[in-house]
Write a protein that binds this ligand. Structure first.
Ligand SMILES: *Cc1c(COP(=O)(O)O)cnc(C)c1O
Length: 431
């Protein structure tokens, strides 16, 4: 692969590019070669500028109605990223007490913009959120609504809640991240939701806030979002006829990106999404909440890794990197595709290689039969679109310390998480 071809692989949807022919891969104005020297590898590198740009795409697309973008913390929960998003007006969608603690640590002023999703909230987690006075609980079952009422009464705090409905809408995505069909564990049926709102209408510790829905992740088409919200809007009207006012509709997250090198226009995708949402909710005067995760952070991030060796087994060539499935599990878990580019492209013909980590699992691969230009031990390569569900799903499997993280703002890079040490890993253990 020659340098220009490598440039093509970093589409304009990504903050990673080769500024000039012959130069190395940059994030904004910062060279990844320099970052690798300074902070070591494997290293997650994120563009703060792109994260804000994506947030603002949603804010602009919904400027005509009252809205709040609640970033889904689980996509990337690093404190510096939460702080950055909060400073630009984002709220948060959390799925655990731990994620709430992160918001409290990074952006305590934003707890009033937090919604709490998840099918198994414990009493302790509910208490934490009641005391933090979050915006709303997205309630996923009748038992949970009972528990919420019970905890609210005990703490003498009014709990605002939204019932998460399961719209029974099919969204084309990976089966592990599809959530909007009746066979999934998430939410309650439309009929149950109606009965639940009616049942608690007189409870002085519960305040109906809205209706929420989340149909899955990495959904490219706007149609399923429209279909789900059509149903939610119907339920809102039914509730209104029953005398129950709904102040907010939470449309969930799930808008997908394009992990391949094809031309992808994020702004067009957000606009198509906004159009589908606004069409379905035409006439609804309340507040719109959305919970994007991946769309805000995935393309802002890359996993920078050094090639440890290049190994031949019969006809196959393996490029072994110092990053592994414990650092980025998406290829192993979802058969996910990540674009891989050299930091300093070498001249020569591309050939098919497997890019693998050193972990003792055959599933420890980043790419199979991928056409890459010449690669030598010691070279740096970058796995693109790794900002979402990368570091957040990392582990210490094989007693591997997790990577450091760097956030790039314009021409400045700063460490936002130091590399773990073996001492960190052993600290909790008792012999
Ligand atoms: C995971 C999740 C999201 C975010 O999904 P993305 O695909 O990252 O946008 C939003 N809301 C809920 C309830 C979730 O579980």
């Amino acid at each position: 692969m020659t340098a220009p071809a490598a440039t093509d692989r970093t589409s304009s949807a990504r903050p990673f590019s080769y500024p000039r022919p012959g130069s190395s891969l940059h994030c904004g104005a910062v060279s990844l070669e320099t970052l690798a020297k300074k902070y070591g590898t494997p290293l997650y590198v994120y563009s703060a500028d792109q994260i804000i740009e994506r947030l603002q795409m949603f804010q602009a697309a919904f400027a005509q109605r009252e809205h709040l973008v609640c970033y889904a913390v689980k996509a990337n929960s690093s404190l510096a990223i939460l702080k950055l998003l909060a400073e630009h007006g984002a709220g948060f969608d959390i799925v655990s007490g731990g994620e709430l603690e992160r918001v409290l640590a990074a952006a305590p002023q934003a707890t009033c913009r937090v919604v709490f999703s998840g099918v198994g909230k414990t009493a302790a987690e509910i208490d934490l959120a009641l005391n933090a006075e979050i915006l709303s609980f997205n309630v996923e079952s009748e038992a949970e609504l009972d528990l919420l009422a019970d905890r609210a009464r005990k703490l003498r705090k009014k709990a605002r809640f939204s019932i998460r409905v399961n719209p029974d809408v099919f969204a084309e995505t990976h089966p592990y991240i599809s959530t909007g069909l009746h066979e999934h564990k998430f939410g309650v049926s439309m009929k149950t939701a109606l009965a639940m709102y009616k049942c608690v209408a007189q409870n002085r510790w519960l305040e109906p806030h809205g209706i929420s829905v989340h149909i899955g992740s990495q959904i490219a088409s706007a149609d399923p979002f429209g279909a789900a919200l059509d149903r939610v809007h119907t339920l809102v009207r039914q509730l209104e006829r029953a005398g129950i006012a709904i102040n907010a509709i939470d449309a969930g997250g799930g808008l997908g990106i394009d992990y391949h090198a094809r031309a992808f226009d994020p702004e067009k995708r957000v606009q198509a999404y906004a159009k589908a949402v606004n069409t379905a909710l035409h006439g609804f005067q309340g507040k719109l909440l959305i919970e994007p995760g991946r769309f805000l952070v995935a393309q802002a991030g890359a996993l920078l890794t050094r090639v440890v060796n290049v190994k031949r087994n019969g006809k196959k060539t393996f490029v072994v990197t110092d990053a592994a499935m414990n650092d980025l599990i998406r290829p192993a878990l979802y058969q996910a595709y990540h674009e891989i580019v050299p930091v300093k492209p070498r001249a020569g013909k591309p050939r098919a290689v497997d890019v693998v980590g050193p972990v003792c699992e055959t599933g420890d691969f980043f790419a199979r039969d991928r056409a890459l230009g010449p690669i030598q031990p010691g070279d740096l390569i970058a796995l693109l679109d790794a900002g979402a569900y990368g570091m957040a799903q990392s582990s210490n499997y094989n007693t591997r310390p997790r990577p450091a993280e760097v956030l790039v703002e314009k021409s400045k890079a700063r460490l936002i998480r130091r590399r773990e040490t073996i001492a960190d890993l052993l600290a909790t253990e008792i012999i």
